[in-house]
Design a protein around this ligand. Sequence first.
Ligand code: SF4
Length: 205
Amino acid sequence: MTGGTMMDIDLSEALSCQRCPLSQTRKNVVWGEMWTAPWRKHTPGECLLMAVAEAPGHIEDLTARPLVGSAGKIFRRLLLQAGVEVCYLTNRVKCNPPGLGGRGNRRPSSEEIDSCAPWFQAELDIWQPSVILLMGITAIQPVFQSKTVGEVIGKSICRGGRIWVATYHPSYILHQRGSEIGKRAEQQILADIKYAWWLVQRKES
Ligand code: SF4
């Protein structure tokens, strides 16, 4: 990232970033995108809520879009169910961290999270969300300084003029599919989305 304000960000610079070793294995840098409910027209520049996952998975890496894999589809359904109208979707780390032998995904390392932090900050500067939903420990830890999701789940914190809400990553529902834990995780994420959306509406009114 070169000089100038983040508002002047050159997206081509982000999309060709080589700041960390994930640039060697990714197919695409996965930048965020705006989600709107089907009945809602998006006003340019508007960002009511931001949702931050951990890092792109395999499908996101191939499609260059955030939260479009199985977990992402669950999350998009929950957004609708919670009555959210507008939400910017992104990841804390913009490139896929491949698992051992290139199979599956792993959690990004702290070095990768730090390397990618300027891009996440750029998204905050561009969209200026007042409420941010953090999903999973990679997204939660840098804000809440918490070692586990369980310590902060459903909690909110005020930092830098914004409200940050912690919840599970939607992939947790998939990992616990069919079990009581999975059902409770889905209910918890839904409740946390509703809470974040309620905070947005309270700030807007
Ligand atoms: S993960 Fe972030 S810092 Fe690393 S190469 Fe991708 S965009 Fe750059």
